[in-house]
Each structure stands twice: as structure tokens, then as C-alpha cells.
Ligand binder design. Structure first.
Ligand code: NAG
Length: 333
């Protein structure tokens, strides 16, 4: 599979806002609040696709909230959107950070805030999309930035959660790892391989990089047969770690919903994942893109409509969750 790499994907430089008086205006409580849409969900559920769908239906721009896609490089490993997938929608915070240093939640809050201000100043809507719930939580709850008023007092938030039943998602992300390997994952990681490198920093923390270490260290000295074994082990480990990531992302979303009390609209994309081709597209439109468009439309029109698809977490979504929902609910009281 050929991937057009996204540098061509319209990268937006967020201008530093340094306009006297602007911030006072932003924090004026009587000012109408700007609206921010969030697209959250586990890895592989189609957050990018949904955010781009929405940005082609509303005047919107996307702010990436995936802590690995924020770095430059490793397009295949981090599963960045291709230029074709972007469909001309401007993306912020995608492939901008130095891959050798940590881009922290605090960095995210800073850069995302600037991007939001720049997007809303141009009368467009920010859609924040990505799997790093810790970034989203830091931004919305401002736990890390004490000198700025609460995010929620400045912005109205609408949370969309793309959910896929875990057994279906696990199968999908495993197959996705195979597709990444076909697309050149091994070559991509080999290019940044450095036996002295620190795997606890920057882009080398991405799933797909540390797992390849043993194989890349050994491939020139061990025989082909053993190298092939190491590679198979590495790929199995990448799949396992991706599935673990999906589970922890879901746990975190349940916590935001049940303990933080965030009102999150859940879209069940499972049917779209069980189908192929046009049927899959149709199911996606019916269960995910269509309902999301309705929700966002209401939200942006300042209507007080609560779409009826706000539902309690269904049992399928908590398979594999380490915290039973009853325990979570009890803990929140
Ligand atoms: C980078 O972040 C990771 C994960 O939070 C942490 O374990 C590591 O110590 C950090 N490294 C540096 C150099 O700050």
C-alpha cells in the first residue's frame, strides 16, 4: 500500500496571539462562549475519519490530540492521516514536535489553546480529535495551568465518543498492525533505530518502536531464521500492546464519564466494522457520521437539544475493562 505522506496535509502554523486586550475579552463572562467539539475513543475506532467527516460538513478545523501523532516522523507507526484522508481539512498539532523530547500534557494545553483561539478568531470551529485522554482531561480541567480560567468557563464543549465493541476492535487493530507492516513499518522504525536511544522519551515511546528493539539489534548478527522469529515476536507484541492501549483508553473514557461527570455522546461504530465496502460506509453514516452531524448541528446552533443517543455504557464496551462499571459508579458517590 502506498501512503502519501501528510506533510502535504495542510499543516497550519498557529500564529502567536499577542493582541493587547484580546485575553480580557476572551475571559469576559458575558461574552458568548465559543464552542469546541471533541472526538474521543480508543485507538482504531475511526476518530480521524469522523472528525474529517464533520469538518467537511461544518466550517471547522482539526486539532490533533494524539500524543504520538504530535511528533514529526513515523507516519506509519503512529497512523497519521494521509493527505488523501485529510480531504483538504486543515490540521493543527500534527507532526510538529521534536521527536526526541517529550511533548507533555502541559505543552498540549498551551498549543491547543492557541490553536483554538486562532480557529475561533477566523469564525471556524475547533474539533479536537485523538486518543490521548490525558491531554483532553488536562485541557478541559486545566489541572496543570493555574493562571488561566477554567476551560469550561470559556468554552462550551461537546464530546463525541466513537466506540466499537472490544472483540471487534481487537481483531481490527491486529489486522491494522499487519497492514502497517505491509506498508513499511519495519523500514520506518529501522530508519530511526539507535542502539543508544532512550525509549522513555519522545516518539520512541510509540507502540511499534520499543517492540522492534530486539529484532533490530540482532538482525545483522543472528541468522535469517532467528531474525524472522524475532520479527514475528515483535509484531505479536505490537498487537498485544495496541489492544492493551485500547482497553486503558476505554477505562479512561469511562472514568471521565462516571467520575468527572462529563456528558459524552456515545456513537457505536461496531456495525460499520463488521461490514465491508459500501455496506461499511453506509453503516458508518447511519450509526456514526449522521448522528454526530445532528449532535454537532444542534450544539452549534445553540439549541438546547439533548439527542436521545446519550446512553449508559453498554455491557459490550466494558469487556476487558479492569474496573467494573458498578464499582466506578459506586466510587463516584
Ligand atoms: C518522558 O515521558 C515519559 C512518560 O511520561 C517519562 O517516563 C519519561 O521519564 C520522560 N522523559 C523525560 C526525559 O522527561
Amino acid at each position: 500500500m502506498m501512503r502519501t505522506i501528510l506533510s502535504a496535509c495542510k499543516q497550519v502554523q498557529t500564529p502567536l496571539l499577542d493582541i493587547p486586550g484580546l485575553n480580557m475579552e476572551l475571559f469576559n463572562p458575558r461574552r458568548r462562549k465559543e464552542k469546541v467539539v471533541f472526538v474521543i475513543g480508543a485507538t482504531g475506532t475511526g476518530k480521524s475519519k469522523l472528525s474529517i467527516d464533520l469538518a467537511t460538513r461544518f466550517p471547522a478545523e482539526i486539532i490533533n490530540s494524539d500524543k504520538m501523532q504530535v511528533y514529526k516522523g513515523l507516519h506509519i507507526v503512529t497512523n497519521k492521516v494521509t493527505e488523501e484522508e485529510c480531504r483538504g481539512v486543515p490540521h493543527h498539532l500534527l507532526g510538529i514536535a521534536d521527536p526526541n523530547t517529550n511533548f507533555t500534557a502541559m505543552d498540549f494545553c498551551h498549543h491547543a489553546s492557541l490553536a483554538i483561539q486562532s480557529i475561533t478568531a477566523r469564525n471556524r470551529h475547533p474539533i479536537i480529535a485523538g486518543g490521548s485522554n490525558s491531554f483532553i482531561e488536562a485541557l478541559v480541567n486545566e489541572a496543570l495551568v493555574t493562571d488561566v480560567p477554567e476551560f469550561k468557563s470559556r468554552y462550551e464543549c461537546c464530546f463525541l465518543w466513537v466506540d466499537v465493541s472490544l472483540p471487534v476492535l481487537h481483531r481490527f487493530v491486529s489486522e491494522r498492525v499487519d497492514r502497517m507492516v505491509e506498508a513499511g513499518l519495519v523500514e520506518e522504525v529501522r530508519r530511526i533505530f539507535d542502539p543508544e536511544a532512550d525509549y522513555s522519551r519522545g516518539i520512541r515511546r510509540a507502540i511499534g518502536v520499543p517492540e522492534m528493539d530486539q529484532f533490530l539489534r540482532g538482525e545483522r548478527i543472528i541468522g535469517d531464521k532467528i531474525a524472522a522469529q524475532y520479527l514475528r515476536k515483535a509484531i505479536a507484541k505490537i498487537k498485544e500492546n495496541t489492544c492493551k492501549l485500547a482497553c486503558s483508553q476505554l477505562d479512561k473514557i469511562h472514568r471521565l464519564q462516571n467520575i468527572r461527570g462529563w456528558k459524552i455522546h456515545r456513537l457505536d461504530a461496531t456495525e460499520a466494522f463488521l461490514k465491508r465496502g459500501d455496506d461499511a460506509e453506509e453503516a458508518w453514516e447511519k450509526h456514526v457520521a449522521g448522528p454526530s452531524t445532528d449532535i454537532v448541528g444542534c450544539f452549534l446552533r445553540h439549541q438546547d437539544c439533548v439527542p436521545n443517543i446519550v446512553v449508559p455504557v453498554p455491557s459490550t464496551a466494558i469487556i476487558g475493562s479492569t474496573v467494573p462499571m458498578t464499582a466506578v459508579a459506586a466510587a463516584s458517590h
